[in-house]
Design a protein around this ligand. Structure first.
Ligand code: NAP
Length: 378
């Protein structure tokens, strides 16, 4: 019989704690909360057990860089949910999962993690394990929203997802390793989008590829740059009539976008590794100093296509104030499908492409993500 336990690496971090709370609410899973600090893990487990009866949560200590500390925890679990800022340890975590017979899900966004797991795909399949990468909000939702939108048309012709993240730093508590990882992932940035049936690259000088997207009340219209996510890659094959698509992200604030980010990206290329923490401090410091309310996370999807021979438009907007909640909700909505056996097949999958979109959207709405959908003729 399969274990009921989900191990959450980084389970007392911002996203990990929220994912744990929602999993206790939404599933029958038992949880093992782990990170390098045993005391924090045990305190979080105690707090969750007080909130949810049944002693379903245990705290444990492990370091994602140390296989010996991972193995006993992995053997206890059906799946490891990686909510830790441990992208650089992906190979070791994945190898341990394969050898211990544990399934895997992460919420990383850099191309490096996907490429590492892709190399391991034959071993993942051979071991009969299910690996899901790119979980969360973005990555995790843009391609899923486009797949969801496609269900409203006979032929989907264009679909554009735009994201805005305006973080309120007065309540932001990400650890240093998370902030450093954010800089590493930014340095991996690819400004690609799909236009007139071809993948194109953004041109910073001409502004080609930059769009203006409306984020609604308080946020207004913002310029957004294309942000390639692995989950977008196969959409044109899936929907041959789709000629324009992409994920576009709004900036943080002018100082960060125009001065600090280029400096940080250049610094990441030329500075020695030991100086990288100063880049993440510079980036976080500028976001803290210059970001202004309203704070919140917004995703919009605008699609056009044909239905019964008529041109139609469709749009969706989702919003939440809490970045950890908006990240954890899609993870847990996906895991509900995994736990029910719908998405637990052996292989390497992306959350946005493996999930059943309709149920996922319904579950996310029920869990508290505000969503508004509009349909109209052209
Ligand atoms: N896909 C999405 O939509 C999305 C959105 C937001 C965030 N994220 C990603 O989610 C991750 C967590 O974000 P967060 O805001 O929750 O960060 P956080 O609050 O700083 O939590 C990070 C957690 O990782 C643990 N950790 C770090 N290094 C570790 C190691 N070597 N071994 C074991 N545990 C380790 C930390 O505990 P200790 O330091 O005590 O070990 C902490 O519990 C990041 O990778 C971030 O990029 C994804």
């Amino acid at each position: 019989m399969k274990s009921k336990t989900i191990l959450i690496l980084g389970g007392y971090g911002q996203v990990g704690t929220e994912a744990a709370r929602l999993l206790l609410l939404e599933s029958g899973a038992d949880l093992l909360i782990a990170g390098r600090n045993r005391q924090k893990a045990e305190q979080t487990a105690t707090a969750l057990n007080r909130q949810f009866p049944g002693e379903r949560v245990k705290g444990a200590c492990c370091d994602a860089a140390d296989r010996k500390s991972l193995e006993p925890l992995f053997r206890e679990a059906r799946l490891v949910l990686v909510c830790s800022s441990t992208a650089k340890h992906t190979h070791l975590i994945a190898e341990t999962a394969i050898s211990c017979g544990t399934d895997y899900m992460d919420i990383h966004f850099g191309a490096a993690v996907f490429n590492e797991l892709k190399k391991m795909e034959p071993a993942i399949k051979k071991a009969g394990r299910c690996f899901i990468t790119g979980g969360g909000f973005h990555p995790g939702l843009p391609a899923l929203l486009i797949r969801y939108a496609a269900g409203f048309f006979d032929e989907i012709l264009s679909a554009r997802v735009a994201g805005l993240m305006n973080i309120d730093f007065s309540s932001y508590r990400a650890g240093e390793s998370t902030q450093e990882e954010f800089v590493d992932e930014l340095a991996d940035y690819q400004g690609r989008y799909y236009k007139k049936g071809r993948w194109k690259k953004m041109n910073m000088l001409t502004g080609q590829g930059i769009i203006k997207a409306g984020f609604g009340k308080g946020y207004g219209n913002k310029y957004c740059a294309p942000f390639f996510l692995e989950e977008l890659r196969s959409l044109p094959q899936l929907y041959p009539q789709l000629k324009d698509c992409g994920f576009f992200i709004a900036g943080f604030n002018r100082v960060t976008d125009y001065f600090i980010m280029p400096l940080v990206m250049l610094g990441h290329k030329i500075l020695p590794v030991f100086l990288r923490p100063s880049l993440s401090r510079l980036l976080t410091g500028s976001m803290k100093k210059y970001s202004r309310p309203p704070y919140g996370y917004v995703l919009t999807c605008d699609a056009e296509g044909r239905k019964y021979g008529q041109q139609k438009k469709w749009s969706l907007r989702m919003e939440h104030q809490d970045p950890s909640f908006i990240t954890a909700v899609p993870v847990v909505a996906f895991l509900k499908q995994y736990l029910s056996g719908e998405t637990d097949q052996p292989g390497l999958w992306l959350q946005a492409m493996a999930a059943e979109p309709r149920r996922m959207i319904q579950d996310m709405g029920r869990m508290g993500l505000k969503m508004i959908i509009k349909e109209s003729g052209k």
